[in-house]
Write a protein that binds this ligand. Structure first.
Ligand code: PLP
Length: 281
C-alpha cells in the first residue's frame, strides 16, 4: 500500500505522522473522500472544488494546483491498480510548535491513500433506521474539516440505539446527518436544507438534486421542522459511500408505510445509471 505525501508516493510502511502536525493536535485540516468506479474518480471536479474551497475558508495553502493534484491522485490510483474503492485526501496546516494561531513559514501537508473494495449496499436496499439528536456542532460545518467529534458522538448514539444514522436537529429544524445529507419527499416535492453554513454541501446531494427532474420531483431547499420530517411520504439520506439510502424509520416511527418508497427507488436507479455512464464499458 502506498501513500501520496505532498508530491511523493511512498510505501505506507515508511510513512509516519509528525507529533506536531496540526491536523493531529488541533484537527487543523480538511479532507475529501472520493469514490472510484472501474478506476474512474466519480465527481472528481466537484470534490476538487470543495477541497480547495475548504482550504480557502481556513486559509490553508495547498502546495499543488488542481491539475497537479489530479495528476498525483491518478498516479496513486495507477500504482495501486485501484479498480473499485475510494481515495481519501487530507490536507493539514502543517508541522509547527504547538501554538493556537497560524504558525509562520510552515507548509501544509497533503496525504492521500486508496482503499479497495466494492461496498455492499445491504442497508440501503433494506432501508435505514435513524434517530434524531441535537446538532451540537460548530457553525461552519460547510467546511469539510477534520473536526468530527460532534459527528462521531451522534453516530455512536445511533449505533447504541440500534440505528444506522443520526439526524441533526438545530433549533427545531433538521439540518443533515452525522455523515450524510437528508431529504424528505411530500406530495411530489423534495425538501432539503439549503447549502449554507449549517450543512456540508454533499457532492452526492448535488448529484441527486440534478437527478430530481428525471424522477418528476420538484426541489424545495428549505429546512424541515422535525415534525414535518416525521410526516414525510419518503425520506432518504445521501453520501459518497451509500449514494441514496432510503430511510424507513425515524425515532422508532415508520416513514410512510415503512417500506422503501417509489421516488427513493427511482433515484437509486438514476444514480446507478449515472455511474454506469461515466465508467468505461
Ligand atoms: N454531511 C456530512 C456531515 C458528511 O460527513 C458527509 C460525508 O461524509 C455528507 C454530508 C455527504 O457528503 P458527500 O455526499 O460529499 O459524501
Amino acid at each position: 500500500m502506498y501513500i501520496l505525501v505532498n508530491e511523493g508516493i511512498i510505501p505506507r510502511s515508511s510513512f509516519s505522522v509528525d507529533i506536531e502536525d496540526r491536523g493531529y493536535q488541533f484537527g487543523d485540516g480538511i479532507y475529501e473522500m472520493v469514490k472510484v468506479f472501474e478506476g474512474v474518480l466519480f465527481e472528481w471536479e466537484a470534490h476538487l472544488q470543495r477541497l480547495f474551497r475548504s482550504a480557502r475558508e481556513l486559509r490553508i495553502t495547498i502546495s499543488m494546483n488542481k491539475e497537479e493534484l489530479t495528476e498525483q491522485v491518478q498516479r496513486l490510483i495507477a500504482i495501486e491498480d485501484l479498480r473499485d474503492g475510494y481515495v481519501y485526501i487530507q490536507v493539514t496546516r502543517g508541522v509547527a510548535s504547538r501554538i493556537h494561531h497560524f504558525p509562520e513559514g510552515v507548509s501544509s501537508v497533503l496525504v492521500a491513500y486508496t482503499k479497495e473494495g466494492k461496498e455492499e449496499r445491504k442497508e440501503e436496499l433494506a432501508g435505514i433506521r435513524v434517530i434524531t439528536t441535537e446538532d451540537i456542532r460548530w457553525q461552519r460545518v460547510d467546511i469539510k474539516s477534520l473536526n468530527l467529534l460532534g459527528n462521531v458522538l451522534a453516530k455512536q448514539k445511533a449505533v447504541e440505539a440500534g440505528a444506522q444514522e443520526a439526524v441533526f436537529v438545530r433549533d427545531g429544524m433538521v439540518t443533515e446527518c452525522s455523515s450524510s445529507n437528508i431529504f424528505g419527499i411530500k406530495d411530489g416535492v423534495c425538501f432539503t436544507h439549503p447549502a449554507n453554513h449549517l450543512i456540508l454541501n454533499g457532492i452526492t446531494r448535488q448529484v441527486v438534486i440534478r437527478l430530481l427532474e428525471k424522477v418528476s420531483l420538484e426541489l424545495e431547499e428549505s429546512p424541515m421542522k422535525l415534525e414535518a420530517l416525521y410526516g414525510m411520504d419518503e425520506v432518504f439520506i445521501t453520501n459518497t459511500g451509500q449514494e441514496v439510502g432510503p430511510v424507513i424509520e425515524i425515532d422508532g416511527r415508520k416513514v410512510g408505510n415503512g417500506d422503501i418508497g417509489v421516488y427513493s427507488r427511482n433515484l437509486s436507479i438514476e444514480f446507478q445509471r449515472l455511474i454506469d455512464s461515466v465508467v468505461p464499458s
